[in-house]
Structure formats: structure tokens, C-alpha cells
Design a protein around this ligand. Structure first.
Ligand code: ADP
Length: 271
């Protein structure tokens, strides 16, 4: 279970990222976090694996207060939480299989890593992960030869190879065209249903959130303004989340990243 207890985040420059957030997510849920650019979606997701430190409150993951973790215990904790980003973060000159195998490196000895000595079992596991996201046939293709959607699937397979209990995805389909975005969202849904992995996706496009997630958390200026079933998101709910701004849909020009924003301009370095 992931639990936020009265969580606030104020960045060093005084910008408030989150304000008194209370939230409980059970194991196996598929939650989409929606809101305007700058609303606090990324901040919310990144506090779970401690990419961002809290200013106040507690984030508790499976009975562990994440702010108490440091060093090796923090690294071990992060291994069971997969993280997917908008930019796929792959080694594009390497094959899909090699990229998936890199998730095993932290558990390997120095010489095996140096010479890329992966066992047959490790390779089979990595190939199984590629199969789960439907790109087994691309295992030996260099990632720079793959489409954006296929590259995001490689990133997803790499995460699955870590045997995560939670996957956090920060705008995973924002760089993809609508057809690919639907395919990758379908992968997330299948993984959630078949493997019981908790999935928390921060997503800009409302139609994708409503089509695939079962629960929606709407955030505005760092506060949760809706938390409920995707099927109960009405026009009034969308107005509470987006105000007078256009509601972003996939394939919609006004929905492109960097559109309407709440709060101050996003800055480069995150703490
Ligand atoms: P979203 O993911 O919804 O676009 P963010 O969580 O990235 O929103 O940002 C929430 C607020 O925090 C915004 O006002 C943003 O400008 C601010 N913010 C995010 N990261 C930083 C940072 N490293 N330093 C200062 N302010 C930040």
C-alpha cells in the first residue's frame, strides 16, 4: 500500500509543489494522476520513490516511511519500484535485449558486468519481459531502429525485469502519437491486470486516463481536488481540475506539453 499522510512539498525557491495531500493506494490499483501542467503531478509521483524529498508529512510504502531510508536501504527499496519516464532513457545504440538486461546489473559482480556475461537464465527472463510487452521479435534490434512506442515498451520490459510491485510512470506517452499512446497504455493495463502490479501514471491527456485507469486523482495547484473512479469523472469534476482551461485530449493541438499551466514556470533542476 502507498499512503500519503498530510504531505506538502515546498521547493527551495519557495514554489509549492504539493499542499496537504492525503491519499491511499492499495496494491494492484491502476491510478491516473491528471491536472494542468505545473499542478504537481510529477512532484506527487516522485515523492513515492524519494526522487523528491518531502517538506512535511509522510509517504509510507508497504509500512516503510520513505523519508527514513538512506544509502543501501534506499537503493534496495527503489529496486522494487519501477520508474518510466517520458524520454525512454535507453542506450539507443544497444539492442532491446541488452537494455532489458541492464536492469540486472546491480545484482551482478564486477567482472560479469565488465564483460557483459549474462547467464542463460538472465537472458530468458529478459526475453520473457520483452514478450510480455509484445516485442519479443525486436529483441536483437538496436533501439535507435525502433519506433517511439516500441522504445517505451523496451523501457517497460526493463522495468518488469526488476520484478517491481509498483510502477510509477511520469508522462509515459506524452512523446508518442495517439495510436502508439493507446498501445502503450494498453500494455500498462494488461500488466496491471495480469501481474497485480500497482500502477501510478501521471498523464496529461484526460481521454487516456479515463480509457485505461480505474481510479483518477485530479490535482490542482498542489491539492487533490478529485479522487474517485474513472467512470465517475463528470464535466464538473473536469472543471474543478482544469478550471476554464481546455481539457487536454490526445491528438489535440492545445493538449501538447507546455500548454496551459497552473502555478509558476517549471524549472530545470529538480531536487
Ligand atoms: P506537473 O507534473 O503537474 O507538471 P510539477 O510537479 O512538475 O507539476 O510541478 C509542480 C509545481 O512545482 C510547479 O509550480 C513547478 O513549477 C514547481 N516545481 C517543480 N519542480 C521544481 C523545482 N525543481 N524547483 C522549483 N519549482 C519546481
Amino acid at each position: 500500500m502507498i499512503e500519503f499522510k498530510d504531505v506538502s512539498k515546498v521547493y527551495p525557491n519557495g514554489t509549492r509543489g504539493l499542499s496537504h495531500v492525503n491519499l491511499q493506494i492499495e496494491q494492484g490499483e491502476f491510478v491516473a494522476v491528471i491536472g494542468l501542467s505545473g499542478a504537481g503531478k510529477s512532484t506527487l509521483i516522485r515523492t513515492i520513490n524519494r526522487m523528491i524529498d518531502l517538506t512535511e508529512g509522510q509517504v509510507i510504502v508497504d509500512d516503510v516511511d520513505v523519508m527514513t531510508l538512506k544509502g543501501r536501504s534506499l537503493r534496495r527499496f527503489r529496486r522494487k519500484i519501477g520508474m518510466i519516464f517520458q524520454s525512454f532513457n535507453l542506450v539507443t545504440r544497444s539492442t532491446a535485449l541488452k537494455n532489458v538486461l541492464t536492469s540486472m546489473v546491480p545484482d551482478m559482480n564486477f567482472f560479469s558486468v565488465l564483460f557483459g556475461l549474462f547467464t542463460k537464465q538472465q537472458k530468458l527472463k529478459a526475453l520473457t519481459a520483452l514478450d510480455k510487452v509484445g516485442i519479443l521479435d525486436k529483441a536483437y534490434t538496436r533501439c535507435d531502429q525502433l519506433s517511439g512506442g516500441q522504445q517505451q515498451r523496451v523501457a517497460l520490459a526493463r522495468t518488469l525485469n526488476q520484478d517491481p510491485s509498483i510502477i510509477l510512470a511520469d508522462e509515459p506517452v506524452a512523446a508518442l502519437d495517439p495510436v502508439m499512446a493507446h498501445q502503450v497504455m494498453g500494455d500498462f493495463k494488461r500488466i496491471n491486470q495480469e501481474m497485480g502490479i500497482t500502477i501510478l501514471i501521471n498523464i496529461h491527456h484526460v481521454d487516456l486516463a479515463l480509457d485505461y485507469a480505474s481510479r483518477v486523482v485530479g490535482i490542482r495547484a498542489g491539492e487533490i481536488v478529485y479522487d474517485g473512479p474513472a467512470s465517475e469523472v463528470t464535466q464538473d469534476v473536469l472543471t474543478a481540475i482544469y478550471g476554464e482551461n481546455p481539457v487536454p485530449h490526445s491528438g489535440d493541438e492545445s493538449a501538447k506539453q507546455g500548454g496551459a499551466r497552473d502555478g509558476a514556470a517549471k524549472e530545470d533542476g529538480r531536487d
